[in-house]
Ligand binder design. Structure first.
Ligand code: HEC
Length: 302
């Protein structure tokens, strides 16, 4: 009896962690931050700079909860309502850009400080003012951080907040495993499903025999799609909707494609919402493939 109970618990835990997913995918925002952060200092000791978090006065011993609530690989366990999700996204969008701007300023002041001390052999005293300035800005960031920690407790229920703290204290190794179960499994599953449900019309790459083509190839579809929807969440939402409910008004592909191929027939009944979720994520993550340039040149000539 005991054994069975244990096994059930085990497989349940496994299943829930397999089904776990982040509420939001890191997308353009993360890229923008990395761009803003620029190169890390040659004296930076950790492998990866956490920008802008590293520039808060308290950067390790307080959790960054808004990020955890949106991007933690198991953040869907919070069961956020649409309204809560919107509130959290709004918090992220109003605070992160400001923090990043201040962090960038701190970072450049700190490299100025390193230069003064290491290359110019300046007397320490001449740098005190700069140190004070850095200290003030770092303190400001932490004060704003406290406000975030305070505000998020108004958005979440006490139970959700408890779950959030559990996610925030998850060890990196467990996090990585959770991430793997989201990133790898649906990925191969996505390809498999696309092959079953969509490849009959959408080839992956270019087809040699143009006379048999009945729909734009996946590379082309995704290149156009990302021009209109660079954010992953939005792109996935669009695909999920379009596939079961296509219309000329919504289409992002060029009008001449629809003229040539006709509107895509709705795949309602051919693919479940869950399957579509997996397919759409896989499409976004893998297409267009690197090096794909499209046929822009050919089109212009015509
Ligand atoms: C019977 C053929 C057919 C099947 C099956 C099919 N598609 Fe399409 N699809 C088309 C055609 C034709 C177009 C181009 C016309 C259009 O945009 O509707 C298209 C366009 C698209 C677009 C671009 C929409 C736009 O805005 O123009 C997406 C995204 C897409 N398909 C996804 C899928 C996915 C995902 C599947 C599998 C679940 C799938 N399609 C299965 C024929 C098909």
């Amino acid at each position: 009896m005991k054994k069975i109970a244990l096994l059930t618990t085990l497989s349940l835990t496994l299943m829930t962690s397999l089904m776990a997913a982040p509420n939001m995918q890191k997308g353009e925002g993360a890229k923008k931050l990395a761009q803003m952060a620029g190169e890390k200092s040659p004296f930076y000791r950790a492998k990866k700079e956490a920008f802008p978090k590293d520039y808060f006065m308290i950067n390790q011993n307080l959790p960054f909860l808004v990020g955890v609530s949106l991007f933690h690989p198991q953040s869907d366990k919070l069961n956020l309502s649409k309204e809560q999700l919107d509130q959290l996204i709004k918090m992220k969008n109003t605070t992160v850009p400001v923090a990043a701007k201040v962090a960038k300023e701190i970072k450049s002041m700190e490299s100025e400080l390193a230069k003064a001390m290491l290359e110019e052999h300046k007397e320490p005293k001449t740098q005190y003012e700069l140190v004070e300035k850095i200290s003030k800005l770092r303190t400001d960031l932490t004060k704003a951080h406290l406000q975030c920690i305070y505000d998020i407790q108004d958005v979440l229920s006490p139970e959700q907040f408890e779950t959030l703290l559990k996610l925030a204290t998850m060890k990196p190794k467990a996090q990585k495993m959770a991430q793997k179960s989201v990133a790898v499994t649906p990925d191969s599953k996505g390809k498999e499903l696309f092959t079953q449900k969509c490849i009959s019309c959408h080839t992956l790459g270019k087809t040699q025999d143009m006379s048999t083509v009945v729909a734009p190839a996946l590379n082309g579809v995704m290149r156009h799609l990302k021009m209109s929807y660079s954010d992953k969440t939005e792109a996935v939402t669009f695909i999920k909707d379009y596939v079961v409910n296509p219309s000329e008004a919504k289409a992002i592909c060029m009008p001449q494609k629809i003229k040539r191929f006709g509107l895509m027939p709705s795949q309602k009944g051919n693919v479940t919402p869950e399957e579509l979720e997996t397919i759409a994520n896989w499409m976004f993550d893998n297409y267009p493939q690197q090096g794909f340039k499209g046929m822009g040149r050919g089109l212009k000539k015509n």
